[in-house]
Write a protein that binds this ligand. Structure first.
Ligand SMILES: NC(=O)c1ccc[n+]([C@@H]2O[C@H](COP(=O)([O-])OP(=O)(O)OC[C@H]3O[C@@H](n4cnc5c(N)ncnc54)[C@H](O)[C@@H]3O)[C@@H](O)[C@H]2O)c1
Length: 331
């Protein structure tokens, strides 16, 4: 039986809905540091223990799964505390905020190999992206162009403005980079990043709010990615996958599959796959619970999560150094 604790009641409540009553799972406790919010939670979830004290929460021996959806800066310590309490861990992206933290998390998980660990990389459960992945011919793909059009500018001015190491790469790009790595079944070899803050420079958000990256994958497959936190555009994950004789496109105009007909003539087919497909987002967490209960492997390996985080850290380092960097993954 799963007895879960949730940290944070923003997106954490989506974790709650994914976990509670799924197979043999119950959410038994929520940690919410905001006292006003905690009070409201007590009224809404009468059967769930609501706590505001982190010490009480992470020492609760009744828990065997902890799902972390606090602000980014708390993830690192809370992952270590969850492992110390012998709990499986779900953590929102980003897992942590720098490479030294990532190494410590990796070491702690290696010392406790029975603990299952996953980060909530929800795009992998999206019907549209699954369909495209299934159609990709890895021998023929040469370029992927993906943009995370965030369309939620105001969110930059809440906790994200106060978090010291907050980065748009770790907050947004990570989702589309994960999508591309999953589709290409490989990790990038190098990265170069360019950014600006033209739209936010007079605001309290002091980091870059637009970023463009070139990730080079094995066999010189190029991924051009963009993360745009300030765009005047609905929240959207744009994707174009280019292969020798076929192109897949998803943008605001729709979803298209283009095939070469004769010469420079093309056959364009409209597709109608589910997007944003929010109902399937629960599946990532629920498959993780399946892996715990059925004692099987998780859908996303620990290694692929560490590698994804490492690639993001190198992207930010490339931005700081102003040059292309080879990515050295953790051994
Ligand atoms: N996977 C996704 O698609 C996705 C989407 C949105 C947010 N996120 C991630 O989820 C996390 C939370 O973001 P959000 O949008 O829910 O923010 P939010 O501000 O809506 O909610 C966060 C809640 O957590 C509480 N909280 C923060 N730190 C805490 C701590 N140390 N202990 C207890 N409670 C704490 C806050 O009081 C707040 O109620 C961030 O890491 C963010 O990057 C992921």
């Amino acid at each position: 039986m799963i007895r879960a604790g949730i940290v944070g009641s923003g997106i954490g409540l989506k974790h709650f809905n994914a976990i509670n009553n799924y197979r043999e799972s119950k959410v038994v406790c929520i940690l919410e540091k905001n006292k006003k919010k905690a009070k409201l939670l007590k009224k809404k979830y009468k059967d769930v223990k609501i706590v505001t004290d982190e010490k009480v929460f992470f020492k609760d021996k009744n828990l065997n799964l902890i799902s972390i959806a606090s602000y980014d800066e708390y993830h690192f310590q809370q992952i270590l505390k969850s492992i110390n309490n012998n709990c499986h861990v779900i953590v929102e992206k980003p897992v942590c905020l720098d490479k030294s933290q990532l190494k410590k998390i990796k070491e702690a998980l290696e010392k406790n190999p029975k603990i299952k660990f996953i980060s909530n990389l929800v795009l992998r459960e999206n019907e549209l992206f699954k369909k495209i992945k299934n159609k990709i011919n890895l021998k023929e793909v040469y370029h992927i162009d993906a943009s995370y059009l965030w369309g939620r500018r105001e969110k930059l001015f809440q906790w994200r403005s106060k978090t010291k190491n907050y980065s748009l790469t770790l907050g947004a790009t990570i989702h589309i980079l994960d999508l591309v790595c999953w589709m290409l079944e490989s990790m990038p070899i190098s990265v170069v990043a360019k950014t600006n803050n033209k739209i936010t420079k007079k605001t309290k958000f002091k980091k870059f709010s637009f970023a463009s990256y070139i990730f080079t994958f094995p066999n010189n497959v190029i991924a051009s990615l963009k993360a745009d936190a300030v765009c005047t555009h609905p929240h959207f994950h744009e994707l174009k996958v280019f292969q020798k004789n076929q192109t897949f496109i998803s943008n605001l105009n729709g979803q298209f599959e283009i095939k070469r007909a004769i010469g420079n003539h093309y056959k364009i087919t409209n597709k109608n796959y589910e997007y944003p497909d929010k109902k399937n987002r629960k599946k990532l967490i629920q498959k993780f619970i399946d892996a715990i209960l059925d004692k099987t492997v998780t859908t996303i390996s620990k290694k692929s999560i560490f590698d994804l985080m490492t690639a993001c850290f190198y992207a930010d380092l490339s931005e700081k150094k102003g040059k292309e960097l080879k990515i050295n993954y953790l051994k």
